[in-house]
Design a protein around this ligand. Structure first.
Ligand code: IMP
Length: 466
């Protein structure tokens, strides 16, 4: 491979998603020529605040707000209803999303109503044991991709192919009889696990075909080969930003399985999702909150089920962008970030929502785990103990905390002032104890902290002094 003249940066969620990647990406976009979403779908939710305008997006790459070429790559699962809604709502706010701004790879898998139905039905049937998915059909769409029965964007935008696929897509086992439609297939599966009203949740095939061919006609102009485009951009010396969705601990293989998503949010996911070589990537920047949050079920050793947790949730507005669910909240977990560093190879980390911790005294940081009676041959570990006593059930690993003095609960105007001063002063613009918290976190993770975010606004970021 020829060394490309361009520059590729991957932005990755370092925890369980919702780390504030959208804001960091938005701040970085001006230095880039294109932004690429490489995995996940509308389970993600990015909020970008520009003045009094709040842009909530689930599928569109954050680059659209800055009018930078935005690509949805092959590794994404795309709900056509949702992307149309987002395009329409941006148009209402004066941002015209046309084919010059947005491109969708022809390989991208399309989410259909039977995917949503399967997702919801499975979760309902699981009761207490549910994963707590976003219900957006993400898992089933990726299942169909792996089973090679999915419908890709290139097929979806061709009305004839789409109608034929919907009408005659057969179950892998019933292929020869050719009798089962995709909708029938979904109904049959749903009928087994959700006998009450399968018909109500999967519309008839003809209805799906009608609605989706209209959506296909609308979205057709965005079709592209994002793999070739991205490689071409890099070869020509341009700068490309890869926008990760969800977070490292939700990775399908390396997260807290089975309480994970169905794609690969880790940095390597950018390569397989967009079709670029690992050698093309120059920088990998993690985004982590100054504390930890999680939506949905699964292990969360530093979780706070007390007044402090409640206070952080309220102050940090920790409610899901996609589902509105209250997020679980806990102390900063350094071993989790060290594990994330193994998986991603961070060149730096952006620490977000530091202001939310203002007024809490003392602050705690988990810096290591006490393992189950030393059975693993040692009693402590400084890397997230995924396999201690069977992670995916936390096992007997206990977080060990360091106590740090808190910093004052500053009004937002004060944080804004610190952010403005930070341009010249870097982190020394932070209140002393806040700076100490950031420095301690960076030292324990062993990765440089690149920026600290102290408010939701675009300019409420303090960058480390270069
Ligand atoms: P799914 O991705 O909808 O299948 O959900 C699987 C798990 O990932 C659930 O715990 C979700 O709450 C979580 N999840 C999915 N997307 C996001 C996200 O963008 N932020 C945070 N959690 C997410």
């Amino acid at each position: 491979m020829k060394k490309t003249a361009g520059e590729a940066t991957v932005i990755v969620g370092a925890q369980f998603g919702d780390e504030g990647k959208g804001k960091i990406i938005d701040a970085m976009v001006p230095e880039y020529d294109a932004v690429v979403r490489y995995q996940g779908g509308n389970n993600a939710g990015h909020t970008v605040v520009v003045g009094s305008e709040k842009f909530k997006m689930h599928l569109l790459p954050s680059g659209v707000v800055r009018k930078k070429r935005s690509l949805i790559a092959a590794g994404v699962v795309l709900d056509p209803r949702v992307i149309k809604q987002e395009i329409d709502s941006l148009a209402a706010k004066g941002i015209k999303v046309d084919e010059h701004l947005l491109g969708i790879d022809f390989r991208t898998q399309v989410i259909f109503p039977w995917h949503n139905a399967r997702d919801v039905a499975r979760e309902t049937a699981a009761g207490e044991g549910k994963i707590g998915t976003t219900g957006r059909g993400i898992g089933p769409a990726y299942e169909d991709r792996a089973a090679r029965t999915g419908i890709r964007f290139g097929e979806f935008i061709d009305a004839k192919t789409l109608a034929a696929k919907i009408a005659s897509k057969t179950a892998e086992t019933g292929a020869k009889s050719g009798a089962k439609t995709a909708a029938n297939e979904a109904k049959k599966t749903l009928g087994r696990i959700y006998p009450d009203s399968p018909d109500a949740i999967v519309p008839p095939a003809e209805e799906i075909a009608r609605e989706y061919s209209a959506l296909g006609a609308f979205l057709k102009k965005f079709a592209c080969d994002a793999c070739l485009e991205v490689n071409g951009l890099l070869e020509a010396g341009h700068r490309v930003l890869f926008e990760g969705a969800q977070g490292t601990l939700l990775d399908n293989d390396f997260g807290t399985y089975p309480f994970v998503t169905s794609s690969h949010p880790i940095a390597g996911g950018a390569c397989v999702g967009a079709g670029v070589s690992p050698r093309a990537i120059n920088r990998i920047e993690g985004v982590g909150k100054a504390y930890v949050t999680r939506v949905g079920s699964g292990p969360f050793p530093t979780e706070l089920n007390d007044g402090i947790g409640e206070r952080i949730r309220e102050k940090g507005a920790e409610y899901g962008t996609t589902t509105g669910r209250p997020r679980r909240v806990g102390w900063l977990d350094i071993p989790m970030l060290r594990y994330a560093d193994y998986l991603n190879g961070f060149t730096g980390i952006h620490l977000t929502k530091l202001d939310v911790l203002g007024g809490i005294n003392p602050l705690k940081i988990c810096f290591e785990y006490q393992l189950d009676g030393g059975r693993a041959g040692k009693t402590k570990t400084s890397v997230f103990p995924m396999n201690s006593g069977g992670f995916g059930g936390v096992g007997a690993a206990e977080p060990v905390y360091l106590e740090l003095p808190g910093f004052p609960d500053l009004p937002q105007a004060e944080w804004r002032k610190a952010a403005a001063e930070g341009v010249a002063k870097g982190f020394s613009a932070l209140p002393e104890k806040a700076r100490e918290y950031v420095e301690k976190a960076g030292e324990l993770i062993g990765v440089p902290i690149l920026s600290v975010s102290v408010g939701p606004e675009r300019n409420e970021i303090i960058w480390a002094k270069k």
